[in-house]
Design a binder for this molecule. Sequence first.
Ligand code: MF3
Ligand code: CO
Ligand code: CO
Length: 276
Amino acid sequence: MSITYKDAAGIEGMRTACRLASEVLDYLTPLIQPGITTLEIDRLAADYMKQQGTRSATIGYQPSGYPPYPGHLCTSLNHVVCHGIPNDKPLKKGDILNVDVTVITPDGWYGDNSRMFLIGGEAACSLQARRLCQVTYEAMWKGIVLVRPGARLGDIGHAIQTYAEGNGYSVVREFCGHGIGQRFHEEPQVLHYGRPGTLEELEPGMTFTIEPMINAGRREIKELGDGWTIVTRDRSLSAQWEHTVLVTETGYEVLTLSAGSLAPPAFVTAAAAVPA
Ligand code: MF3
Ligand code: CO
Ligand code: CO
């Protein structure tokens, strides 16, 4: 497996897949309220993907050494770091939930993105929970803004780590962003920590995710007995945001954008946020 560089047709395929992945989250957003279960969210997403003409990349997904993943999306609640399996427990006011959606279009392109949801709204959530979600969002963007030809993956990891740790949080090491295209997980691995000037040099046509998992407490994790769910070892809260990005000739294009996407943080200059 190696890095794939997308040509014009590939870029169009990725734009469509990623916009559709983002639109699944737009559709779910008003429905993610206290009382709904993550299994109900999963079912609604499955129906919406069918309407779109996409299918879930996660259902039945089985990397070697794992059982088949049972959900159409991942729902990671509070101290769950990632890969939470939808279940029949109602969401409560004050919970924080990551919903991670990956779709496949009929022509085989993958779009992957996730967002955090404050259940019951800002006022229902603790200051710490809100701040963790915001810092994680900003940390993702600290990485995104560095994407351009000639930059290195270590630059991105370093920026994310510096920002998260500077805010008193820790970066999960065991999971990373990834190349994506006509396969779910391609090279390169996109670490959310590291040293500037190291690792792969970015080139136009690369598409990959940036998806930092940031813990309020220590960075250590453990896997639950279901073979998928990852939680913080110290049971501290964990947050994650994910975009899929394209390296353009001059910088980056965030592909997983749609009407409901959250605006970039203020430090992202308007010029940089506009597709090249
Ligand atoms: N969408 C996740 C990612 O960002 C992967 C989920 S794999 C699953 O890479 F099987 F857990 F769904
Ligand atoms: Co991903
Ligand atoms: Co994802």
